[in-house]
Design a protein around this ligand. Structure first.
Ligand SMILES: [Zn+2]
Length: 372
């Protein structure tokens, strides 16, 4: 069994254990593979005089040349022929340049092991059907965004009694209607099944604010979950105090703070980060995060803010071993009361790169059209 397969078959109870040996071996395996199978990647490494056999200890990974998300939006890098890429996902659903990421069967199987175990650890799996409210677009031939696929995938953690999409595809584009969302909430509140939501935190927060403004309250069935993912993107300036978010959810949907789960991930780094009961994104065994000084790109100490570099050996279709995003973050290594041993990543904003249009920016346009 390869080191990568062993890493991804880590049991649910140990997904936040520390220990770098297996991860380092899996990274060397992955980088060696991409170097052999992707001409452009091999060229990038050789231009820097880098050889994968230099990865001997975890610290050597800081020297591994990384790709940026911006670079991936402009260059399509693959390590497998197109026909082997079973699922293709794009980073942006609206306009602007996109990253295209292809998943081959092996990466999908690794991803499946990860999702099963992350779901078990965080108690997301349930045999009880749930009514889903999805703050996203329905998957269609023209909508291949990773965000929509992830949202759809999420509706399998518990069998779907019903799926309601908050954003509908119309002939002339997308429309979002609070009225249909509120009608779904009213139906769900009277259902014997719990409700689960999934979507950008901004949508969920704006919905709660809309309910507060209009004095609307529902009591969702016991076991209901609010799950948010995709980050705040262009909404950083409007990002509410998390406390206020939790208070609004309790007051307007009757959902407790411990039933609010947040995910983090990126199409170029499809690792499922899930917050713990203290709302920290612990770094799972499948990945590591290096925070780099934005000017020198040299790794900074834990606790210091810098640009986020995400590493994982999961992907085989594309050389996504080490990806620098335009997020600014910090790694915390102080003990967390939840008991997970690994450090946690806090995303605190974005680097001011102009011209980046994301799904969330498209969402902002939609929401503005609705006078929220
Ligand atoms: Zn924790």
């Amino acid at each position: 069994m390869s080191s990568t397969s062993r890493l991804f078959s880590t049991g649910a109870r140990h997904i936040y254990d520390t220990g770098d040996r297996l991860f380092t071996d899996a990274m060397r395996e992955n980088v060696t593979y991409h170097c052999k199978n992707c001409n452009e990647y091999r060229q990038i490494l050789s231009e820097r005089g880098y050889s994968p056999d230099r990865i001997k200890s975890f610290d050597d990974l800081a020297e591994l040349p990384f790709l940026t998300t911006l670079y991936l939006k402009r260059h399509k890098l693959t390590s497998l022929p197109d026909k082997k890429l079973i699922i293709k996902a794009t980073s942006s659903g609206t306009s602007g340049s996109r990253s295209l990421v292809g998943f081959d069967l092996k990466s999908l199987m690794l991803g499946k092991d990860m999702v099963i175990n992350v779901g078990l650890y965080h108690r997301l799996w349930s045999a009880r059907p749930a009514n889903y409210l999805i703050f996203g677009y329905e998957i269609s031939k023209t909508n291949t965004t990773a965000v929509s696929k992830t949202a759809y995938g999420f509706t399998f953690f518990a069998p779907a009694a019903h799926r309601e999409y908050a954003i509908k595809t119309e002939a002339d584009g997308f429309t979002l209607s609070w009225d249909s969302v509120l009608a779904a909430l009213e139906r769900y509140s009277a259902s014997p099944f719990p409700m689960r939501t999934i979507g950008f935190p901004s949508y969920t927060f704006f919905l709660l604010e809309h309910m507060e403004k209009n004095g609307i309250r529902f009591k969702m069935p016991k076991g209901s979950l609010l799950t948010v993912g995709g980050g705040w993107k262009q909404f950083y300036t409007q990002k509410p105090d998390k406390r206020r978010f939790y208070e609004l959810a309790k007051e307007h949907l009757g959902i407790d703070e411990n039933c609010i789960v947040e995910f983090f991930g990126a199409v170029e780094h499809p690792i499922l980060y899930t917050d713990c009961r203290c709302h920290h994104f612990h770094i799972p065994v499948y990945s590591r995060v290096i925070i780099r000084d934005p000017d020198t790109l040299i790794p900074v100490k834990n606790g210091e803010v810098g640009i986020v570099d995400l590493l994982t050996p999961m992907m085989h279709g594309c050389p996504l071993s080490s990806i620098v995003t335009d997020d600014l973050g910090v790694i915390h290594d102080e003990p967390c009361p939840c008991g997970a041993k690994s450090p946690w990543l806090e995303i605190i904003g974005r680097v001011g790169v102009s011209g980046i249009v994301t799904c969330a920016a498209g969402a902002e346009t939609l929401l503005k059209g609705e006078n929220v």
